[in-house]
Design a protein around this ligand. Structure first.
Ligand code: UDP
Length: 318
C-alpha cells in the first residue's frame, strides 16, 4: 500500500502542529504549510529529522498546489481574540480565499477534507449548552466579527463544495483548547493567567469573571479531530470539554496548579465577550465514541513545564 499524504494548512500553529504529530503517528506523510503570521516554526522543530514530514512557508490566500494529497486538514487562521483583532483582514481572507484554495486542492486530488471551525459560530449564545443545530447569536459587525463571520463563511463554502462538487468534507467546531505550544502572548485566558501566576503578577480577570468557558486539553481535542477525520459525517461536530468553569474558577485553578500567591485584578470586559460557552458533545459521543479524559487541573499541570520554559525563554530574550 502506498503511503497516504496529508496536507495541514496552519501546520505551524498551536493545533496545526499537534495535528501534524498525530497524523505522523497515524502513518501519514505530512506536509505542513503556514505563512507564519501567528504560527511558529519552533512548534515543528522536533520534526526536523522526520523523513515523512515537510514544511513549506506559503500563503494560502494565493492559490497553491503542493502535489497530490489524500487528506486536506485546513487549520490556518489566527485564533485568539488578540491575534484576530490585530490581523482582522487576514483572518477574513484566510477564512474565505484560503478556504476556497484549500478546498480546490481537495477537489483536484479527490482528497478528503476536514476544516477547523469554532464555537464562535454560536456567538454570545442564547441556547445553553450549544448543540450543533443551534444557528447562533453573532454580531456580524462587531470586533469579533472578523473571526466569527470568517468561520461561518468557511462552513458555508465547505458545505457548498460538498453539495456542488461532492468533496468529502468534515467540519469540527472547536471550543476553548489549551496546552503546550500556545503562544505565551496570544492574549487568551490560559496563557495570560499562567504567565501572570508564574511571574507573581496579578491575574487579569475581565469583567466580573462570572462569564463561563469550557476548556479542553489539547491531546483530547486532537484525538477528537482524528476520530472525526475517519468518520463520514459532513455536518459540523462539536469537539470540546463539556465541563464549564467561570473565569474566576479558572483563575483559582491556575493559582492552585502553579502554587502562586498572585492577586486577582479586575479589568474591563471586551465588547461582545460571550457570557457562556459549553459544548453539547452528544453527537461526538454517539458518532465518534469520543469524550475528553483530562480535566482542567490535570491539563494545567501537564502544561506547566511548557509555560515555565516559554517564560524563561522570553525573559532571556528581553
Ligand atoms: N479573559 C480574562 N482575562 C484574560 C484573558 C481573557 O478574564 O487575561 C476572559 C475573556 O474575557 C473571556 C475568557 O477569559 O471571557 C476567555 O477568553 P479567551 O481570550 O481565552 O477566549 P474566547 O473564549 O473569548 O475566545
Amino acid at each position: 500500500m502506498s503511503q497516504k499524504r496529508a496536507l495541514v494548512t496552519g501546520g505551524a500553529g498551536f493545533l496545526g502542529s499537534h495535528l501534524c504529530d498525530a497524523l505522523l503517528a497515524e502513518g501519514y506523510a505530512v506536509i505542513a504549510v503556514d505563512n507564519l503570521l501567528t504560527g511558529r516554526r519552533p512548534n515543528l522543530d522536533h520534526l526536523r529529522n522526520e523523513p515523512r514530514f515537510e514544511f513549506r512557508k506559503l500563503d494560502i490566500n494565493e492559490p497553491f498546489d503542493c502535489g497530490p494529497v489524500d487528506y486536506v486538514f485546513h487549520f490556518a487562521s489566527p485564533a485568539s481574540p488578540v491575534d484576530y483583532t490585530v490581523h482582522g483582514i487576514d483572518t477574513l481572507k484566510v477564512g474565505s480565499l484560503g478556504t476556497f484554495h484549500a478546498l480546490e486542492v481537495a477537489r483536484k486530488y479527490g482528497a478528503k477534507y476536514l476544516v477547523s471551525s469554532t464555537s464562535e459560530c454560536y456567538g454570545d449564545p442564547l441556547e445553553h449548552p450549544q448543540k450543533e443545530t443551534y444557528w447562533g447569536h453573532v454580531n456580524p459587525i462587531g470586533p469579533r466579527s472578523v473571526y466569527d463571520e470568517a468561520k461561518r463563511f468557511t462552513e458555508a463554502v465547505t458545505m457548498a463544495y460538498h453539495r456542488y462538487h461532492k468533496v468529502d468534507t468534515r467540519i469540527v467546531r472547536i471550543f476553548n483548547t489549551y496546552g503546550p505550544r500556545m503562544q505565551l502572548n496570544d492574549g487568551r485566558v490560559v496563557p495570560n493567567f499562567m504567565k501572570q501566576a508564574l511571574r507573581g503578577e496579578p491575574l487579569t480577570v475581565y469583567g466580573d469573571g462570572k462569564q463561563t468557558r469550557s476548556f479542553c486539553y489539547v491531546s483530547d481535542e486532537i484525538e477528537g479531530f482524528i476520530r472525526l477525520s475517519k468518520s463520514s459525517e459532513h455536518l459540523p461536530v462539536n469537539i470540546g470539554n463539556p465541563t464549564e468553569f467561570t473565569i474566576l474558577e479558572c483563575a483559582q485553578h491556575v493559582l492552585a496548579v502553579t502554587g502562586s500567591k498572585s492577586a486577582i485584578k479586575y479589568e474591563p470586559l471586551p465588547q461582545d465577550d460571550p457570557k457562556q460557552r459549553r459544548p453539547d458533545i452528544t453527537k461526538a459521543r454517539t458518532l465518534l465514541g469520543w469524550e475528553p479524559k483530562i480535566d482542567l487541573e490535570a491539563g494545567l499541570r501537564l502544561s506547566l513545564d511548557y509555560f515555565r520554559k516559554a517564560l524563561q525563554e522570553e525573559t532571556a530574550r528581553a
